[in-house]
Design a protein around this ligand. Structure first.
Ligand code: BES
Ligand code: MN
Ligand code: ZN
Length: 501
């Protein structure tokens, strides 16, 4: 998919479809929509007068142009109420429009810059949102379908052109579109990793894909195997890996800029979570192939960071392993010694994410990360708390939390803070070790975060629990069925914002 910006008259654009828009309540369209209306002898105004075009948010009306303009069709996108319009809507509508065109077998479209006209939004942000929305919305995972293209899904949109009448604006719009493409390709890369079945995406394969990405975009990469983990004393990660025949890997990617301290991104890389000896129930267990979504997000974000080159050091650390109930598996009651020397009583082997992250976080600190953001599908409780609308955020540093909030808001990826009151710490006290790995049902997401906090010590840190937003059941705006690619764009924005100071 290509996204390019051209200056000219949208009505004269050469593409299989022209895309214009309409706010609710508008009876005589202006701007690009007005230009197309005039070229079509008032067809759009007539459709409005007739009640066939209302501009309701999400309305998509596609009709033929019968040779009045070079493009054979026009799609009018409903923007809704102008007072409620924003960049998130540009992104989501672009996704819906692109899917609609694909279903109609339209291979190319020329669009006006939704939001940059009378809505008065920042033109560069709108161009970025159009590119992001288009690429995110068109994503699909067909890796394991032997027939590529049934009757229903044969269409493919190959080209998007943003047409701007003011030639002085094209550079800014192209810059926005280019950033949007990088962001969306990164999120789609994370989706590819998370959608892969666990027999394909083993820890070894995960590490290979991270290394190929690193080679393609120019990141430093390093993969630690079991002997190095043993040397480093990563007893928590090795404990989880003990039940699996697949060897664990610890993936490290680095984006270098000068010799300042690095932002550390740590991602949970459980390539399949059976629960271990504390076995999960069968129903829905297939979803646990996505238990490496946090790790995938971190690695994918590094790809975008390498391409956008923010002036900041960023280090990604992803402990990757299966959580299996093999003969060597850890048992409830076992005590593990983490890399920091802290001992952990394993109450439930299904609380494995926090175990591998304990060593992942400790390793990021050892590598000199001066602030850490970890991302994980950590607790089912998170989905109970915030549903599939927002990710949970917890941390020990107000400034870093505010940065993450701003980065998420700019990405249109919702996040909400939960408290880490010290009273909750009681729940993870152990009688036999320094700490235990579960704190009971109450406040399950918070006690999981407090467990991680023990390994963060004084480093400024934010924990993102993305269980609940890692996977979706149907297409909606930029989200498509399957892996979400959340919070890749948040992480990239965070690095860009921190580089700006
Ligand atoms: N990977 C799961 C959490 C999860 C559940 C993510 C559903 C996405 C959807 C995690 O490893 C887990 O099993 N957590 C347990 C913790 C409990 C044993 C304290 C949970 O949430 O039940
Ligand atoms: Mn688990
Ligand atoms: Zn898990």
């Amino acid at each position: 998919m290509h996204v390019r910006v051209e200056s000219g008259d949208i009505a004269q654009a050469k593409a299989a479809c022209i895309v214009v828009n309409l706010f609710e309540g508008v009876t005589s369209p202006a701007g690009g929509t007005g230009a197309v209306d005039r070229a079509l002898d008032g067809a759009i105004s007539k459709l409005i007068a007739q009640g066939d075009l209302r501009g309701k948010y999400g309305d998509l009306v596609l009709f033929p142009t019968f040779g009045k303009v070079p493009a054979p069709r026009v799609l009018v996108v409903g923007l809704g109420k102008s007072a409620e319009f924003n960049v998130d809507k540009v992104r989501n509508l672009s996704a819906e429009a692109a899917r609609r065109l694909r279903a109609a077998r339209v291979e190319s479209f020329a669009t006006i810059t939704h939001g940059a006209g009378i809505a008065g939004l920042d033109p560069q942000a709108c161009a970025q949102a159009i590119a992001e929305g288009t690429l995110l919305g068109l994503y699909r995972f067909r890796q394991h379908k032997s027939a590529s293209g049934t009757e229903d899904d044969a269409g493919e949109v190959k080209e998007a052109i943003i047409v701007e009448h003011d030639a002085s604006k094209t550079d800014v719009l192209q810059a926005g579109a280019d950033t949007g493409v990088v962001m969306a390709e990164a999120a789609n890369f994370a989706r590819d990793l998370a959608n892969e079945p666990a027999n394909v995406l083993t820890p070894t394969e995960f590490a290979h894909r991270a290394q190929s990405l690193a080679a393609a975009v120019g990141l430093e990469g390093e993969i630690l195997a079991r002997p190095q983990m043993e040397e480093l004393g990563m007893g928590a990660l090795l404990g989880v890996a003990a039940g699996s025949h697949q060897p664990p890997k610890l993936i490290v990617l680095r984006h270098r800029h000068g010799d300042g301290a690095a932002l550390g991104l740590v991602g949970k890389g459980i390539t399949f979570d059976t629960g271990g000896i504390s076995l999960k129930q069968a129903a829905g267990m297939e979803e646990m192939k996505g238990d490496m979504s946090g790790g995938a997000a971190v690695i994918a974000a590094m790809g975008a960071i390498a391409r956008l080159k923010p002036a900041i050091n960023v280090t990604a650390v992803v402990p990757a392993t299966e959580n299996m109930p093999g003969g060597g598996a850890i048992r409830p009651g076992d005590v593990l010694k983490a890399m920091t020397g802290k001992t952990i009583e394993v109450i439930n082997t299904d609380a494995e994410g926090r175990l591998i992250l304990a060593d992942g976080i400790a390793y990021a600190r050892k590598l000199g990360c001066s602030s850490i953001v970890d991302v994980a599908t950590l607790t089912g409780a998170m989905a109970i708390t915030l549903g599939n609308v927002a990710m949970g955020m917890m941390g020990n540093d107000e400034a870093l939390m505010n940065r993450v909030k701003a980065a998420a808001a700019a990405a249109g990826e919702k996040c909400w803070e939960l408290p880490l009151f010290e009273e909750y710490r009681e729940q993870i006290k152990s009688d036999v070790a320094d700490i235990k790995n579960t704190g009971g049902r109450n406040a399950g997401s918070i006690t999981a975060a407090l467990f991680l906090k023990e390994f963060v010590e004084d480093t400024p840190w934010v924990h993102i629990d993305m269980a609940g937003v890692d996977n979706y059941e149907k297409d909606k705006g930029v989200l498509v069925k399957g892996a979400s690619g959340i919070p890749v764009r948040t992480l990239v924005n965070l690095a860009l914002q921190m580089a700006r100071g």
